[in-house]
Write a protein that binds this ligand. Structure first.
Ligand SMILES: O=C(O)C1=C[C@@H](OP(=O)(O)O)[C@@H](O)[C@H](O)C1
Ligand SMILES: C=C(OP(=O)(O)O)C(=O)O
Length: 416
């Protein structure tokens, strides 16, 4: 049996940083994720004038409830969707001129519905490049700023637009009432609301309409749970090889919807035990094919696609259109790589279907996407000669992935 310590959640770390920045007093994040995305978030806060101190295992943020301390700033989000979407909303409730940009990859990803929402609450937002994409500039003045009010938002492309607004909402003088017309990745919004409440804020919710009054956040010590999306790779490794993997710190009551990936493995035949403070997956030597809707947990779509060839029947993954606007077009990236491995695969606008087969060794094209690299590393446990063209792209969420995965490999049953 292997016990794998998984680093902190990217999504929880990003939210805790944003909440800490908007709160009164100091917040200490315990065991935050230290990776490219969360470093970009912390650096973004620093650019906005917040005091952020990064010590191993404990990050401290000094809050500024009235918005960014800096009156002018330029923020570079690197590849981080969380930073690119959450930080402009924080800026909109301040007073100043704030420019936001990101990597080429991040520039390709959408921010249009967020820009529309920030304008609707009273901030001035201009595009410095393509409409609906970074770079953007948010300008707020005494006369004009993110004062709040009522609006509707379409979160069918990304839930991060809604999370961004909600995180900033308590600092809007008029509060916020937001009606969501369509939503993907719903558990991430539940996480946002739960964490806002943990920082002392009341969020009203009736169906998909959220109301937040103008109120204060309180700084606090905040423990960050391990990353459930990252854990999907080691759980999949257990299911594939017939080994047992336990991840401590992730159990019933976890904030992250992606822990539900283990339910998919259970449907495929793995033995899954979710306890209060840990989760264990044991492979049973066979994987069953299935059809599964992954709209709520789409970051784990590539994990499933990567082990799908080993199932005894087709694996069809549905309702994941928005995976096409992540770090890569993930439906396409999975299909391209499965075909390189000589696996029969078909895709549509929002689905992928993978047929059983024996993958042959090939180089995986990572498309600078950490999840493609980590997912196909799991395939590599049973595919001699599988290599990655860009192993370093895992730094986005799990810089130590290859070392941890190599150590795990030693503890899993060898191919028979
Ligand atoms: O709010 C968050 O922390 C996230 C929301 C999800 O994005 P979408 O809502 O764009 O699907 C997820 O894919 C991403 O990794 C993190
Ligand atoms: C989509 C992802 O990241 P983000 O949107 O936070 O950049 C991810 O980590 O899979």
């Amino acid at each position: 049996m292997a016990v794998v310590e998984i680093p902190g959640s990217k999504s929880v770390t990003a939210r805790a940083l944003a909440l800490a920045a908007g709160g009164r007093g100091e917040t200490v994040l315990e065991r935050p994720l230290h990776s490219d995305d969360t470093e970009a978030f912390a650096e973004g806060l620093r650019s906005l004038g917040y005091e952020v101190r990064l010590a191993p295992g404990a990050w401290t943020v000094v809050g500024s409830p009235d918005g960014p301390p800096a009156a002018e700033a330029s923020v570079f989000s690197r590849d981080a969707g969380t930073a690119a979407r959450f930080l402009p909303a924080l800026a909109a409730v301040g007073r100043g001129t704030y420019r936001f940009d990101g990597s080429e990859q991040m520039r390709r990803r959408p921010v249009g519905p967020l820009v529309a929402a920030l304008r609707a609450i009273g901030a001035q937002v201009t595009h410095d490049g393509a409409e609906g994409h970074l770079p953007i500039t948010v300008v707020t003045t005494d006369a004009e700023g993110g004062t709040g009010g009522g609006l509707a938002i379409d979160a069918s492309v990304s839930s991060q637009f809604l999370t961004a607004l909600l995180l900033a909402a308590p600092r809007m003088p008029r509060g916020l009432r937001v009606e969501v017309t369509d939503m993907v990745s719903r558990p991430y919004v539940d996480m946002t609301v739960a964490m806002m409440e943990a920082f002392g804020v009341v969020v009203g919710r009736e169906g998909d309409t959220f109301t937040v009054a103008n109120q204060d956040y309180a700084g606090r010590r905040y423990p960050v749970e391990p990353d459930a999306s990252t854990a999907s790779y080691v759980f999949a490794a257990a299911a594939l090889t017939g080994g047992t993997v336990t991840v401590p710190g992730l159990g019933r009551g976890a904030l992250q919807g992606d822990l539900a990936f283990v339910d998919v493995l259970a449907r495929m035949g793995a033995d899954v035990v979710v306890e209060a403070d840990r989760t264990t997956v044991t492979g049973t030597g066979r994987l069953r094919g299935l059809t599964v809707n992954m709209r709520d947990i789409s970051d784990t779509m590539p994990t499933l696609a990567a082990i799908a060839p080993f199932a005894d029947g087709p694996v069809r993954i549905e309702d994941v259109a928005n995976t096409r606007v992540k770090e890569s077009d993930r439906l396409e990236a999975c299909a391209v790589n499965l075909r390189r491995l000589a696996i029969d695969v078909a895709t549509g606008p929002d689905w992928i279907e993978i047929h059983p087969g024996t993958p042959r060794g090939a180089e995986i094209a990572c498309f600078a996407d950490h999840r493609i690299a980590m997912s196909f590393s799991v395939t590599g446990l049973r595919t001699p000669g599988l290599t990655l063209d860009d192993p370093a792209c895992v730094r986005k969420t799990f810089p130590e992935f290859h070392e941890v995965f190599a150590a795990l490999r030693e503890q899993l049953p060898a191919a028979g």
